[in-house]
Design a protein around this ligand. Structure first.
Ligand code: ATP
Ligand code: MG
Length: 487
């Protein structure tokens, strides 16, 4: 893919073959790119982030921007947030910013500095351990000593990391080379230990250090690789890519609360469709949405893949238009077909419609939260979005007004639109009706709703579901009981 690097001027030498950078045993001279040779201007840096950088500098500390913000500024993209790293310990950061500063996290202690609604995250350089923390960095500066240790479990997973150090220790703990560039507030230069600038230029995502070890330390790095590759349009370096499929199962050990956060970052990145395709390519989707993956394996007539794709397309579009996105909408779409399948099973076992729906919604939510802990306020909204799908067809007379006042009406209406786009063409008339209704002024809305025929659209979806799931079970038995059909 052709990428235009707006920012980097004269730094790069011709491309060379690279292996993944390994941590050197003695401090190594980084490349320092002076202000005149890169294009990051202070005008593009968030004012609060600059205040934090200057505040730390005035107090005698080192302060750098690091991570996604440096990467994105170099790529000419707007950073999502600005992360600061310093040699000041969290308590010292608190001293500098006093009441603006809150210390958070026990396993990874961090400072949050607040300016109105903006929060700037300030991390202290992470180091290697006691002996190393006492050593000097390449620039002759001393590392900080911390009483708290690093903790690693039997599988190599990093459980706690409050060992402070110097910049040239901190850099090797970061995930990808393109995320390990430091913008120095002292002289506005960029410090590059891992050839991250070259990787930005080449559009390559490369883990720092030995990929397998780094994934074992923190399996979430696998989904981060997918997210950055999709969002930035980068290629994942071969050795970074190679262990993913085999190590994907390690994601099962990550807490479901963290997985929920990661799912939002993945699918609200603005590149949700590519993220979805890549997650499936690496067989990682199954650790995020196992019951959806199960149905995707049994895919028939485009279901449920189209529903997922169309929902993600609509989310990507909203993000590109700067509109808000709702986690409940995402999860409703991902779990819609599994929910319908369960509902059909409950109907077949003799339950009445509404009971079958509630039981099915409970079933799928209960199963899903084992992988991604969905907060209660969102599961309540998911139930509303699903429940309203049925109610939207009953719009005669005053019902329409009541429905439009429902707090989840808009999400339910958008959801209906996604279903139409995904192939449920028989719902198009209903969707268009609601579109027209919303465009009318209140007096005309009454007349419009009164003109709806009373005849309910009885059993349509049910019939359709029956046929769909009947065909599915037929197909399953045709493929001699295998759950993985030929998709
Ligand atoms: P985004 O655009 O999503 O903010 P980001 O690269 O800034 O991307 P953050 O999650 O904000 O990602 O993290 C900031 C930086 O912290 C990263 O760029 C990386 O250097 C480091 N980092 C974050 N998560 C990890 C991790 N799991 N392992 C190693 N380093 C990490
Ligand atoms: Mg960030």
């Amino acid at each position: 893919m052709q990428r235009i690097i707006r920012k980097i001027t004269s730094y790069f030498s011709p491309s060379k073959t690279q292996t993944h950078p390994a941590k050197p045993s003695i401090p190594q001279a980084p490349k320092v790119i002076p202000r005149s040779e890169h294009g990051i201007s202070r005008r593009e840096i968030d004012k609060s982030a600059l205040d934090v950088l200057y505040g730390l500098k005035r107090a005698g500390f080192e302060a750098y921007l690091v991570g996604g913000c440096v990467r994105d500024l170099l790529l000419g993209l707007e950073p999502k947030d600005f992360d600061v790293v310093t040699n000041a310990e969290p308590e010292e950061v608190k001293e500098v910013f006093k009441r603006r500063c809150q210390l958070i996290g026990r396993r990874f202690r961090l400072a949050h500095v607040r300016f109105g609604r903006t929060v700037i995250e300030v991390a202290t350089f992470r180091g290697q351990g006691k002996e190393q923390a006492q050593r000097q960095d390449f620039f002759g500066r001393k590392g900080k000593q911390s009483g708290k240790a690093r903790e690693v479990d039997d599988s190599g997973r990093l459980l706690r990391d409050n060992v402070y150090g110097t910049i040239d220790e901190d850099v090797w703990r970061r995930d990808f080379t393109v995320n390990a560039l430091y913008y120095n507030i002292k002289d506005f230069s960029i410090i590059d230990y891992t050839d991250g600038l070259q990787d930005i230029k080449n559009g390559t995502l490369r883990l720092i250090g030995d990929p397998e070890t780094r994934y074992r330390e923190d399996p979430v790095r696998m989904v981060r690789a997918v997210r950055f590759a999709a969002k930035l349009g980068f290629n994942i370096d071969k050795s970074t890519e190679a262990p993913i499929e085999e190590l994907g199962h390690l994601l099962k050990d990550v807490s479901n609360a963290r997985m929920f956060e990661e799912v939002l970052k993945l699918f609200h990145s603005g590149a949700g469709v590519q993220v979805f395709e890549k997650l499936r390519h690496f067989d990682l989707f199954t650790y995020l949405f196992p019951i959806t993956e199960q149905l995707l394996h049994e895919e028939l007539e485009g279901f449920p893949r189209m529903m997922v794709i169309k929902a993600l397309k609509s989310t990507d579009l909203r993000i590109s238009e700067g509109k808000s996105v709702n986690p409940a909408f995402l999860f409703s779409a991902m779990l819609w077909e599994p929910m319908l399948q369960r509902k059909q099973a409950h109907l077949d076992s003799g339950m009445v419609h509404q009971d079958a729906f509630f039981a099915a919604a409970n079933d799928v939510i209960e199963q899903q939260i084992r992988s991604t802990a969905i907060p209660k306020r969102f599961t309540a909204q998911m139930r509303d979005i699903w429940n309203l799908q049925n109610r939207l067809s009953k719009r005669q007379g005053p019902r329409a007004q009541k429905l439009i006042e429902h707090p989840r009406f808009r999400a339910a209406y958008d959801f209906l639109g996604v279903r139409v786009a995904a192939g449920e063409s028989e719902l198009k008339k209903l969707f268009d009706w609601w579109t027209e209704y919303q465009e009318k002024d209140p007096v005309d809305q009454v007349a419009f709703a009164n003109a709806v025929e009373k005849k309910p659209q009885k059993g349509r979806r049910r019939r359709q579901n029956r046929n769909f799931y009947r065909k599915r079970s037929q197909k399953k038995s045709d493929s001699s009981g295998s759950t993985k059909s030929s998709d």
